[in-house]
Design a protein around this ligand. Structure first.
Ligand code: ADP
Length: 423
């Protein structure tokens, strides 16, 4: 088996998938793992993305998990390492971007790395070290009110400086636009000045493609998912369809939806309006102990095996509020997640081979119930939402095709479009 070229550590699950999707697009064959695998990698691939859940845990915990992930990636022969965080630089003065970056640098014996959450395609651009979200500065975006990581300073040099003992500098747009050579020169200049970390400006994909070659010699890169698009070229890899080719999909199709976002509500409504078969889960019946799993499975057996079935708890904000006021927010969420993931497991055991899951937490619960530890990443259905091929002990034949959609992603016809894309 060939060696892994790029070893990535992502600080959350959907962020990992987003990065994996960008690497696949640039031609790399990618496996994503859920947490740090207990065993060595059993598949041939160019990049591995380890999905951790360290964005908002205590810095010491984030450091220790990230270092364990690094050790595992080193054991797989990875040559270069990528620490992936959110494109809105989600963090607090305590971390975790700065502390994890420092710990990884120390472990690798590196004295310099970059930090750039730029992802122009998704409206994240950086100019003079200031991060923009669409047309406004980060500090004026919705992120200013985030419950866990409110971002009220758009100057990333300052934001990162608060989180690290190393000196933070900037690679300005005027340098980036001149290309790889100029960026390399600026990096050596910064190193001579004793700068350990540099925020990098970028306004477009072209900027990221210029940045890529300048990073070939850095053992550690820290970034959002955008910088990834420029790295494959350093390994002599060109964008190709081969990277996204998953084994042929067959077998029955199902959708499990536990997201109550505006986008998912529209997707469920659209699927049903087109004549799709749907079974609604009522959280209050669940709370009364009604045998929902049996009802759902009996209903599935009555449906045509040729069309996808939808099982959903997706509901309007009013209805969710009513349920939460009776059951409590956490209890309602946990009960619905348990029911939906139990149904997912039953469906897969009974021959469902193509599964769409809507909702971040719902996806986490389903992946766990299905015993999925790693997934090969394939074609994107929507930006950041790829089809994956995953081993599961519950799947007939040992594998299934699965896609995990976080709440607000995808257009109205996502559910139908997803299966068309796989076919
Ligand atoms: P998203 O990605 O849109 O945030 P998640 O799956 O992460 O979706 O979160 C949705 C949460 O809402 C889950 O915990 C889920 O169990 C819960 N939930 C789903 N449907 C209902 C409902 N009808 N009433 C109350 N809670 C619900």
């Amino acid at each position: 088996m060939g060696k892994v070229l790029l070893g990535c550590i992502a600080d959350d699950f959907t962020g990992a998938t987003d990065l994996a999707s960008n690497l696949v697009r640039s031609g790399m064959r990618v496996v994503q793992t859920i947490g740090i695998p207990a065993q060595a990698l059993s598949e041939d691939c160019d990049a591995v993305v380890i999905a951790l859940k360290t964005r908002t845990v205590a810095a010491s915990d984030a450091i220790s998990q990230s270092l364990q992930a690094l050790t595992w990636l080193q054991a797989q022969g990875a040559q270069q390492f990528y620490f992936k965080y959110c494109s809105t630089f989600d963090s607090t003065p305590e971390g975790n971007i700065g502390p994890v970056t420092e710990a990884l640098m120390d472990a690798l014996g590196e004295t310099f790395t970059i930090a750039s959450p730029a992802f122009p395609e998704n409206g994240r651009t950086i100019f003079k070290g200031h991060l923009f979200v669409g047309d406004v500065l980060l500090s004026a975006s919705g992120m200013k009110d985030h419950p866990l990581t409110p971002m009220r300073n758009s100057n990333l040099v300052q934001v990162l400086q608060e989180q690290t003992k190393r000196q933070v500098g900037l690679i300005e747009y005027s340098t980036v636009t001149k290309g790889p050579l100029a960026i390399r020169e600026r990096i050596s200049q910064l190193k001579k000045q004793g700068i350990g970390l540099a925020i990098v400006d970028a306004l477009s994909n072209e900027d990221l493609m210029k940045l890529g070659p300048a990073l070939a010699d850095l053992r550690l890169i820290t970034a959002g998912s955008g910088v990834a698009i420029g790295l494959a070229q350093n390994f002599g890899i060109e964008s190709s369809d081969q990277a996204v080719q998953l084994p042929r999909a067959n077998g029955r199709k199902a959708i499990i939806s536990g997201s109550c976002s505006i986008a998912t509500n529209a997707q469920v409504a659209h699927f049903l309006a087109q004549g799709g078969a749907g079974f609604a889960i009522d959280p209050l019946s669940l709370a009364q102990g009604q045998p929902t799993l049996d009802h759902a499975m009996r209903w599935v057996e009555q449906q045509s095996p040729d069309h996808p079935v939808l099982i959903y708890a997706t509901a309007t904000p009013e209805s969710v509020r009513a349920v939460q006021s009776q059951l409590g927010v956490a209890q309602a969420g946990a009960m619905v997640e348990e029911a939906l993931s139990g149904i997912a497991k039953c469906l897969v055991s009974r021959g469902i081979h193509q599964l769409v899951v809507a909702g971040g937490e719902t996806s986490g619960a389903c992946v766990k119930a299905l015993g999925i530890e790693s997934m090969r990443i394939g074609t994107a259905i929507a930006p950041g939402v790829p089809w994956c091929h995953a081993p599961s002990p519950f799947a007939q034949g040992g594998h299934l095709h699965i896609t995990l959609k976080s709440g607000n992603f995808g257009t109205e016809d996502f559910f139908t479009q997803a299966f068309q894309k796989l076919a």
